[in-house]
Design a binder for this molecule. Structure first.
Ligand SMILES: [Zn+2]
Ligand SMILES: [Zn+2]
Length: 164
């Protein structure tokens, strides 16, 4: 989904919401493939334009699945993230007017041709929020390197024979 900044009224909240199917969400995070989206992704937010600048607050919610890197059991992440961004037309990317009042050092995203591409904004936020270092539990014992058994479920008998 996208919004044209020229259609946003000055200083008035524009509320939006949308969702992506599981398939679309998976296409978007393709390449960050240690996660698989499970179910649809929902996002919503508010846009407020001030002059050529827009302020975006929003949130998204999605479940993803990744595998524990020790035992390879699936882990479900329930992500519920807030985002807040400043949007500026790309024509202002190279100007040197420095900080502007109210910009609070928020992340800035530039848009072209009046087009605020909410899909790509939320796609980028999603990719940044995907957890790394998947562990089903801090004390995960992993797989036995000898017989491949999941040692969280059952201790195998390899240890003694490997313990030379
Ligand atoms: Zn594990
Ligand atoms: Zn074993």
């Amino acid at each position: 989904m996208h919004v044209l900044s020229s259609q946003l009224k000055e200083d008035a909240d524009f509320a939006f919401q949308d969702s992506w199917s599981e398939e679309k969400a998976n296409d978007i995070i393709d390449g960050y493939a240690d996660h698989k989206v499970v179910g649809s992704l929902h996002f919503n937010g508010l846009l407020r334009r001030r002059g050529s600048k827009c302020h975006l607050t929003g949130s998204f919610r999605v479940k993803t699945q990744a595998l524990c890197y020790r035992c390879l059991e699936p882990i479900i992440y329930d992500l519920n993230e807030d985002i807040e961004l400043e949007l500026l037309p790309v024509s202002r990317a190279n100007t040197h007017d420095g900080y502007e009042i109210g910009s609070d050092e928020l992340d800035i995203i530039y848009f072209e041709n009046n087009k605020i591409d909410l899909d790509s904004i939320f796609a980028e936020s999603l990719v940044l929020e995907l957890p790394t270092h998947h562990l089903c539990q801090q004390a995960c014992k992993g797989l036995c390197s000898h017989c491949g058994k999941n040692l969280n479920q059952k201790q195998c008998h390899c240890e003694s024979s490997l313990n030379i």
